[in-house]
Write a protein that binds this ligand. Structure first.
Ligand SMILES: Nc1ncnc2c1ncn2[C@@H]1O[C@H](COP(=O)(O)OP(=O)(O)OP(=O)(O)O)[C@@H](O)[C@H]1O
Length: 285
């Protein structure tokens, strides 16, 4: 468990403030608009940044008093990964393992196999696709079986198969450990997220189950088809997404009532719920 209390962090004009928060085992999905503070929160939790005020406890231990121990329990995949391009994959992973105090090759062999990296074992990192490089970044974070695994936008650069594999892997890993993921694309995490941490303008607005997050919205979600000229009159702020068909548009919208006859009410997804909460905040001003 990670417990935060009285956290304050100023970076330029941006300010993060967290009075109290508790993160528990399972897959924790940090959601928020651009610039909300997802990366700042992850960097505080990985000890990369120190708070100006407040306390972060990892399984009851204060980070500043037990830094080497806590760092050894953390795995981190940043959003912008920069691996040593000239190194071969196996050499890089051996080096990263040694830095983490892992001197036997079992973990490397197992993870290379699980993440299907064996064909690239002797390739230089710089010759590999973004998706493969990201898989390597995830593997290096997993080498010491961290209790706390942080991933910032981990699906960036991955193809559909890699994304599916990683989400399944993390879901299983999160059964016994804490996985904390910051993501923009929420629908992909629909079945994986155990907890939602919604951050808005440097404050945690929600920390709890996806089910309760969805129940916390008053507006509803509707889907239906409209003609192209009808589409032009749809208020853009109520639009969640749309898909062009031959002569019509399939649109997904939010609102208390069906926007037009023939629209059906839909179960809100995580992504819908994010839009609904943001819309409610905007209406409150
Ligand atoms: N060192 C810094 N100096 C000044 N401003 C900073 C610094 N670090 C972050 N910020 C600002 O703090 C805000 C929060 O940044 P952060 O990267 O944590 O947000 P985010 O939710 O991860 O955003 P995104 O979704 O765009 O990645 C942004 O407005 C950013 O420009």
């Amino acid at each position: 468990m990670i417990e935060l209390s009285g956290i304050e962090r100023q970076a330029g004009t941006y300010r993060l403030e967290i009075e109290q928060a508790r993160l528990t085992r399972g897959l924790n999905l940090i959601v928020g608009a651009n610039g909300a503070g997802k990366t700042t929160l992850i960097e505080l939790l990985t000890t990369l940044q120190a708070p100006d005020r407040g306390q972060i406890l990892y399984s009851g231990r204060e980070a500043s008093d037990h830094l080497p121990l806590i760092c050894s329990q953390i795995g981190y995949v940043p959003a912008e990964i920069e691996l040593y391009g000239e190194m071969k994959v196996v050499r890089l992973l051996k080096y990263m393992a040694e830095l983490k105090g892992v001197y036997h090759s079992d973990a490397i062999d197992r993870l290379m196999h699980e993440f299907r990296l064996e064909p690239f074992k002797r390739s230089k990192i710089k010759h590999l696709s973004q998706g493969v490089q990201r898989r390597i970044a995830v593997v290096q974070a997993l080498l010491a079986s961290p209790l706390f695994l942080f991933l910032d936008e981990p699906l960036n650069g991955m193809d559909a198969e890699e994304r599916k594999f990683l989400i399944t892997y993390l879901t299983q890993y999160a059964r016994t450990r804490m996985v904390i993921v910051a993501a923009h694309e929420l629908n992909e995490w629909e079945d994986a997220a155990d907890h939602i941490i919604w951050i808005h303008r440097g404050r945690i607005r929600y920390n709890g189950s996806p089910e309760n997050w969805k129940l916390g919205v008053s507006s509803r979600v509707w889907e239906g088809e409209v003609l192209l000229d009808q589409f032009e009159n749809i208020p853009q702020e109520k639009l969640i997404h749309f898909r062009m068909k031959e002569h019509t548009m399939r649109v997904r919208m939010m609102g208390m009532q069906p926007p037009l006859p023939g629209f059906k009410e839909m179960e809100p997804t995580l992504e819908d719920t994010f839009f609904l909460h943001m819309d409610a905040l905007a209406r409150r001003g």
